[in-house]
Write a protein of this length. Structure first.
Length: 607
């Protein structure tokens, strides 16, 4: 048989890598099977139940008892800064993520300079502002989207990269950050046209679409515009309609976060996906979460998506398929931005000023009022009895909640919290779980066709959370249920949801493991899908001045990771390629699955 694959022709006498006897999943949801896989020139060229000739093959991996999966896709990261100074993106790579999406939440670095990028990313994503400025100013050689793609591909990328262009990035570039964050300011006709050209150029360069943001508790860093919301939140309907029309015409995607306190805004963002007399707008909305603050809202999200899509829309919610556990140092946590007293403290950069504010009795009364208010939509459930102290110079409070400390000291929970912050500052470390705490609800969400597995926020909130291994944790949830005789979905379906389903919806050349596909491969030991996945570790980040970042460490679970047929992690350790050679590439949207990709067999006798 003679078959071409992606324009390459193979004379399969030898292989670069053979993976033997693993349980192979192709990423489509089809039945898995024990197979031998041959890789050559970065592609899968053989999948067969028969043995493969390993003559002159430099790498043979015995995958007996293990799962061989397509590399996972992470559709929501904030690696836009880290990719410049640390393009290996090893924290995702080591957990089997071989494709990551940049440009989420209206934020990207295509057009803004270092200072504006620092103001946009620093406080919203909890990345140290000074290092954002330094990274962008040092590395930025591009002036448009195509040049940005070329700049990325000149770096030793670890995983593949795909990208949105950020609405706040474009708006800041054409209007200036100050004008772009004033309610009465509108882009002029020429500025509107310039944003449309920027978006068109990004789509031509292969960006998957545009990200915007209407959520009002994401606040800017810096001095001039400090504590204003992101530029995209100031955009009026006409501006958004014109940008969205470009996405509709090209079949590209709008990623957005609604203003959860405004039901009309939330409803309009869902309904906008409908086409009726125009093309549907592919919409990915933040986020489907089983929040403790409103345990009933989650019941509507799946049915809403199904209803909209039945009417002809193309709508998805993004969802983190694990408990949303967050950590904080003192009061430095983004959830405090959603109410007045918390935002007032975070507005102050000077520690002395902030401490004086937290001592003020009028301020404390307002904080208690905000804390006790149960009205309106919110992310944090505001319960200091559900917030455990995990580290503090005062060892007597470790393991207790702030509520319990208040009981012990005869104080309101808010006063107990503020007193400890005043006494210990950022040395006071605590945690709480905000959402996704009910395993039964997580099982239902995992099956919902209108919900995508995503929202890891990898590369952001470095001291607050670590969900680099969220795909592994979903696989464990499914595997545990299967072993208990209470399956809620198959392993094949779970793999599909983390790989091929996402790649196909975003129109990326990724997420599948069939003949002709790029050999982005993960080998997982299912026996090590265990409680170790719940643990956190810390690792200093060189490019952020040695800041200690929360990470996951599951080196015994992920036995090997390949990108483009090249091993980047083996037995939990990076190979010599990581950080020194480019294994990933920029994935341009609209690439199609190869017409001649096949499920099983071998390409033979081709010259």
């Amino acid at each position: 048989m003679t078959l071409p694959s992606r324009g390459l022709f193979y004379d399969l006498v030898t292989y670069d890598t053979i993976i033997r006897n693993g349980r192979w999943f192709d990423g489509t949801g089809a039945a898995s099977a024990v197979r031998n896989i041959g890789i050559r020139d970065g592609h899968v060229v053989a999948i067969t139940p028969d043995g493969l000739d390993d003559t002159d093959c430099p790498q043979v991996i015995d995958a007996t008892g293990r799962w061989v999966l397509p590399g996972m896709v992470d559709i929501h990261t904030h690696y836009d800064v880290e990719v410049l100074n640390g393009p290996a993106l090893a924290e995702s790579l080591r957990h089997g993520v071989t494709t990551v999406m940049l440009g989420s939440c209206s934020l990207s670095t295509i057009y803004v300079d270092g200072v504006d990028a620092g103001d946009l990313f620093g406080r919203v994503e909890a990345i140290p502002r000074e290092y954002v400025i330094a990274a962008v100013d040092q590395h930025k050689t591009w002036t448009n989207s195509e040049e940005y793609v070329a700049a990325l591909e000149s770096l030793p990328l670890g995983p593949n990269i795909a990208a949105f262009i950020g609405h706040s990035d474009m708006r800041t570039a054409v209007m200036g950050l100050d004008r772009a964050t004033q309610k009465r300011q509108r882009p002029t006709k020429s500025e509107q046209a310039q944003m449309e050209r920027m978006l068109s150029e990004a789509l031509d360069a292969g960006f998957v679409g545009m990200s915007s943001q209407q959520l009002l508790f994401d606040k800017l860093d810096g001095q001039t515009c400090r504590s204003r919301t992101l530029p995209s939140t100031y955009a009026k309907p006409r501006e958004l309609r014109r940008l969205k029309s470009l996405l509709r015409r090209t079949g590209r995607i709008l990623q957005s976060g609604p203003d959860i306190q405004n039901p009309f805004n939330l409803g309009s963002q869902v309904v906008q996906s409908l086409g009726i007399f125009r093309n549907p707008l592919k919409t990915s909305l933040l986020s489907a979460a089983d929040v403790k603050s409103n345990p009933y809202a989650i019941r509507m999200m799946g049915p809403v998506a199904r209803f909209i899509n039945k009417l002809g829309g193309n709508f998805r919610w993004q969802h983190l398929p694990v408990p949303f556990e967050v950590y904080a140092d003192g009061i430095d946590l983004v959830v405090f931005e959603e109410f007045g007293a918390g935002a007032a403290a975070l507005h102050l950069r000077d520690e002395v000023e902030r401490n004086n504010l937290m001592r003020d009795q009028a301020y404390r009364r307002q904080f208690r009022k905000d804390y006790e208010s149960k009205f309106g939509m919110r992310v944090w459930h505001r319960d200091f009895f559900d917030a455990e102290i995990v580290d503090c110079p005062d060892a007597s409070v470790i393991g207790k909640s702030f509520g319990q400390v208040g009981v012990d000291r005869g104080l309101h929970p808010v006063d107990a919290f503020l007193d400890l912050v005043l006494e210990h500052g950022r040395a006071l470390r605590w945690r709480t779980t905000i959402s996704n705490h009910r395993p039964g609800v997580l099982k239902k969400l995992a099956r919902e066709p209108g919900i995508q597995m995503g929202f890891s926020d990898a590369g952001a909130h470095l001291r607050n959370m670590a969900f680099y291994n969220m795909g592994l944790r979903l696989l464990r949830h499914v595997h545990d249920a299967e072993k208990a005789g209470q399956p809620f979905m198959t392993i094949e379906q779970a793999v599909h949801r983390l790989t091929g389903e996402l790649a196909d919806w975003y129109r990326l050349d990724a997420g599948h493991l069939r003949i002709g596909d790029r050999a982005d491969v993960v080998i997982v030991d299912p026996e090590r899908l265990d409680e170790s996945l719940d643990a956190y570790a810390e690792e200093p980040v060189d490019q952020y001045g040695g800041l200690s970042r929360m990470v996951n460490r599951n080196d015994d679970t992920v036995k090997a990771v390949f990108v483009g047929g090249r091993a980047v992690f083996l037995d939990g350790r990076p190979t010599g390629l990581v950080g020194t050679h480019r294994t990933g590439r920029f994935l341009r949207a609209a690439h199609k699955v190869p017409a001649l990709a096949t499920t099983e067999g071998e390409l033979t006798n081709v010259s």
